[in-house]
Design a protein around this ligand. Structure first.
Ligand SMILES: Cc1cc2nc3c(=O)[nH]c(=O)nc-3n(C[C@H](O)[C@H](O)[C@H](O)COP(=O)(O)OP(=O)(O)OC[C@H]3O[C@@H](n4cnc5c(N)ncnc54)[C@H](O)[C@@H]3O)c2cc1C
Length: 334
């Protein structure tokens, strides 16, 4: 995808006003294809269905731009509510959290206290908590918080991004930690991150192989069939035990592959985002994959029974901007 298109959607994902307004719209623009619901009660049914098919889940209660302690405390309470529901319903499921949602930008020690409360409940129910990795400006803080938390709790891990130059160095310190490996979803500068997909993919494969030969558990989180195929060969050639890793994909993406990998006997985990604060997450997904924009256009202008509908002006503007960018992209290819 062109950098222009990627920047456009990353820019939208960071726009506070759009994020705030989107909460009031309810799901729009096809977001319900990638965001499972608004509350834990309805999402529990989705988890149960996936569990029946041999797929475990990790839940993410969406939330962006937390600047008030009150909002962070609400997010922490919601995390605890989710853990209680997972336990009550015996779901095969764990929780993914973002430190900024729990107050990292307000005060690191306040965020740490929130995390400790969550981890104490998770520990009681024998559940794992994964700390999502956000943009590079939060990277070191996330590793620092993780390190401190792991002095008390072992049921916590984080994410490493193969687009960062420093990931390889950080792996040594994280060698005993359960990690999710991803390519990286944010727009990072060429000072800290690879910009070329080939470099990012090469680093992803190197890190994955290194981790698969190590001791700690790794979640290989990608929709990239080329990478998955190469790693499946590596796993067979090296007799890597299936208990040492799982594949992970996002809810709504490549469902056939998700079920296929589970049927082949691999541990598979679906990452399920939910909640009303869907806009930023959805825009980051559009930044990654232009094909998702077809859904935006269809859902913006047509009802389910294919009738033209009226939407908020902003949605039309977004779709029009999208279309222009796509046309611009096509022109370049020609
Ligand atoms: C479970 C999970 C958790 C994540 N957590 C984080 C996180 O904490 N922090 C973070 O920065 N990022 C996170 N990400 C996002 C990640 O960093 C990437 O931005 C995202 O996964 C896109 O990269 P990719 O590996 O899927 O492959 P891409 O490089 O996007 O795709 C590679 C190729 O795969 C194929 N492909 C990809 N998607 C599809 C599709 N839907 N249908 C058909 N073909 C497809 C295409 O051929 C494409 O060219 C997470 C991703 C996953 C899956």
């Amino acid at each position: 995808m062109s950098n222009l298109t990627k920047n456009f959607f990353i820019g939208l994902s960071n726009n506070r006003i759009l994020n705030e307004n989107a909460k009031k719209w309810g799901f729009r623009l096809g977001a319900d294809k990638f965001v499972a619901g608004t509350n834990m009660e309805s999402v529990a049914d989705t988890v149960k269905e996936l569990n029946k098919q041999g797929i475990c889940c990790t839940l993410d209660h969406l939330g962006e731009f937390v600047t008030e302690k009150k909002e962070a405390l609400e997010a922490k309470d919601e995390c605890i509510h989710i853990l209680e529901k997972i336990h009550e319903d015996s779901l095969d499921c764990h929780l993914s959290v973002k430190l900024t949602q729990l107050g990292l930008d307000i005060d690191q020690s306040f965020c740490m206290e929130n995390m400790k409360e969550i981890l104490a409940v998770a520990d009681r129910y024998d559940l794992f908590i994964n700390i999502d990795m956000e943009d590079y400006s939060h990277y070191q803080q996330t590793l620092d918080v993780l390190k401190q938390l792991r002095e008390e709790y072992k049921n916590v891990g984080t994410v490493i991004q193969s687009y960062l130059f420093r990931t390889q160095e950080d792996l040594e310190e994280l060698k005993d930690v359960r990690l999710r490996l991803v390519k990286g979803a944010y727009k990072e500068s060429a000072d800290v991150a690879y910009q070329d997909k080939r470099d990012i993919d090469k680093n992803f494969l190197n890190i994955a192989k290194q981790r698969l030969l190590g001791d700690a558990f790794t979640s290989i989180a990608t929709h990239d069939h080329m990478i998955i195929s190469e790693l499946k060969d590596f796993i067979k050639e090296n007799n890597v035990s299936k208990d040492k890793f799982e594949f992970q994909m996002l809810y709504g993406f490549r469902n056939d592959m998700q079920f296929g990998l589970a049927e082949e006997g691999y541990n598979f985990c679906t990452y399920i985002p939910f909640g009303t604060d869907w806009f930023g997450y959805f825009m980051r997904r559009l930044a990654e994959r232009p094909q998702n924009m077809n859904l935006v256009l269809k859902d913006t202008f047509y009802t389910r029974d294919n009738k033209l509908k009226k939407e908020p002006l902003i949605a039309g503007g977004l779709a029009a901007g999208t279309l222009l960018l796509m046309l611009g992209r096509k022109k370049k290819v020609k």
